[in-house]
Every structure is written in structure tokens, then in C-alpha cells.
Design a protein around this ligand. Structure first.
Ligand code: THU
Length: 131
């Protein structure tokens, strides 16, 4: 269970990360903050590219950063987009998060926070047999 204080910190960190979004094409900035099991927070922002398909979402940026620092066990991720309602992660990000198991997902809207989990967002995710 996430404590209220942890939630607040994660939300602030996701908002802070959103400010680093590189999104000149969609103008839709997204920020994410990922809490590891040992209490560290890794931030990520969406990074777009003129070759649109190469765009990397904020959630994947945060996960790549954490894994690059040797962290693969997560408790929660907060995601904030650029719309009033909470921004649900895209399908690719759901599969990417599911690689690292089930953890809390906080979707931050202007007046609303949706709390869900990775496996709730992606039931029956693809797995290699025996992994
Ligand atoms: N985006 C994310 O960063 N995360 C998602 O889960 C959904 C979409 C980004 C990708 C692109 O830069 C912009 O939002 C508009 O699609």
C-alpha cells in the first residue's frame, strides 16, 4: 500500500518530469515518476522525434532510466498528461510495465486521480513460457 505522503511525492515528481517533455509535434507533454521497492524515484518524460514512430512515452523513459540504474522492482508509477482527465498509458507502455510485474499505477488528472495496477490495465499480458 502506498502512503498518502508517497503518493503526493510521486505526483509532484511526475509533474516536475512533465516539464522536461520534448513534444514539439503533438504538444502533449507527459511526465512519469516511478517508485522502486527500495524507495528511489526515477522520472521520465515523453521524447518525440521528427520520425514520429520513434517517440518514446514518459512511462517507458522512467522505466529505462530505473533499469539502467540497476533497479527492476517497482512499487508504483504516477503518470500525468496534458489533459483535464487522467491519461491512461498506451498499450506499448502497459506491456513494458508488465515486464516488471504488478505494481500500482496512479493516473493523475486535474481534479481526479485514478488508482489502478499494471495487471488490471493489461490482463493476459504476453510472456515467454516459463518466464
Ligand atoms: N504518450 C506518453 O508519453 N505516454 C502514454 O502512455 C501515451 C502517450 C505521449 C506520446 C506522444 O509524445 C504524446 O503523448 C501524444 O501521443
Amino acid at each position: 500500500m502506498l502512503k498518502e505522503m508517497e503518493k503526493r511525492t510521486l505526483i509532484e515528481k511526475a509533474l516536475e518530469a512533465k516539464r522536461n517533455s520534448y513534444s514539439p509535434y503533438s504538444k502533449f507533454a507527459v511526465g512519469a515518476a516511478l517508485l522502486t521497492e527500495d524507495g528511489e524515484i526515477f522520472q521520465g518524460a515523453n521524447v518525440e522525434n521528427a520520425s514520429i514512430g520513434l517517440t518514446i512515452c514518459a512511462e517507458r523513459s522512467a522505466i529505462v532510466s530505473a533499469v539502467s540504474h540497476g533497479k527492476t522492482k517497482f512499487r508504483a508509477i504516477a503518470i500525468v498528461g496534458s489533459q483535464k482527465s487522467p491519461t491512461p498509458p498506451c498499450g506499448a507502455c502497459r506491456q513494458f510495465m508488465a515486464e516488471f510485474g504488478d505494481f500500482t499505477v496512479l493516473l493523475i488528472g486535474e481534479n481526479e486521480i485514478l488508482e489502478t495496477t499494471v495487471f488490471e490495465l493489461l490482463p493476459l499480458q504476453f510472456n515467454l513460457e516459463g518466464e
